[in-house]
Ligand binder design. Structure first.
Ligand code: KIV
Length: 302
């Protein structure tokens, strides 16, 4: 059976199904989506998990980081995604400052993502220090995906989008973080931009699945950003991403063809228009004859 085929194509993917996939050594496929059409497309392609990432800020909203993304932005886009995805597990990102100030804030924001957005789970960035928040969300019935390594909401603290945990101390801390997050009840953890050897160690040690991005082949699943995979993110492609299609070039080509045809009066043709019978047309002409006289560019009747 192809690795692309989900566990049971007819059944909704659950957090427990992901755990079973890890046990069965079946790679978990996760990708971002931010609206209904992209959610439909990735679900049709058979992905297991759809992440409504706060990468929304860069991919769709035109910001240069994830920091300006709000809970309202995430709720609106999560709702759009869940309208398009009926089988994949939809995970919504907790945006910057929606969970860092207090556990109450976190509960309110996560509650909105689930109740208004329709998400089945939330994801939040951080290590052992966010474990108490993870525990409270899980107690409230909200499944949590953790996210360690390169955590883009801490870009200023990290000094840029750099590979993390390359040194022994940082690697040991990352392992402790993952164990604390698993113990707090996280159902999976994203490992972003860490050495492949470390990701493999973590994946072997944890019971919950690891989902890698820039973390090598040893993870239990992989996540990629929709726009990177499809050539919709401009010329820059992160080292950890692979472009599977240049949809951006296709769109530019199609819109150029449309513009050319409009300018050449080749589009629309009669086939794209609706028509009125001759008697009705004559009726309109005679009832509004004077008002239908042509005007030149100055508004003077010709
Ligand atoms: O926001 C996002 O798209 C993410 C993935 C890169 C894991 O967090």
């Amino acid at each position: 059976m192809s690795a692309m085929v989900p566990m049971d194509p007819a059944r909704a993917v659950t957090t427990t199904a992901l755990r079973a996939m890890k046990s069965a050594q079946r790679p978990i496929v996760m990708i971002t989506a931010y609206d209904t059409p992209s959610a439909r497309l990735v679900e049709d392609a058979g992905v297991d998990v759809i992440l409504v990432g706060d990468s929304l800020g860069m991919t769709v909203l035109g910001y240069d980081s994830t920091l300006p993304v709000t809970v309202d932005d995430m709720v609106r886009h999560t709702a759009a995604v869940t309208r398009g995805a009926k089988r994949a597990l939809v995970v919504a990102d907790m945006p910057f400052m929606s969970f860092q100030v207090s556990v109450e804030d976190a509960l309110r924001a996560a509650g909105r993502l689930v109740a208004e957005g329709g998400a089945a789970a939330v994801k939040l960035e951080g290590g052992a220090h966010v474990a108490p928040t993870v525990r409270r969300l899980v107690q409230a019935g909200i499944p949590v995906m953790a996210h360690v390594g390169l955590t883009p909401q801490s870009v200023h603290q990290l000094g840029g989008y750099k590979v993390q945990a390359k040194e022994a101390d940082a690697a040991a801390t990352l392992i402790d973080d993952c164990l604390a997050l698993e113990e707090a009840g996280a159902f999976a953890v994203v490992l972003e931009c860490i050495p492949g050897e470390l990701a493999r160690l973590v994946s072997d040690r944890l019971v919950i699945p690891t989902i890698g991005i820039g973390a090598g082949e040893g993870c239990d699943g992989q996540v990629q950003v929709f726009h990177d995979l499809l050539g919709l993110g401009g010329d820059f492609l992160p080292r950890h991403a692979k472009r599977y299609a240049d949809v951006g070039a296709l769109i530019r080509e199609a819109v150029t063809a449309y513009a050319d045809e409009v300018r050449d009066r080749a589009f629309p043709t009669g086939a794209h228009s609706t028509h009125m019978d001759a008697a009705t047309l004559e009726n309109v002409r005679s009832s509004r004859g004077r008002r239908l006289r042509r005007v030149d560019g100055t508004g003077t009747e010709a």
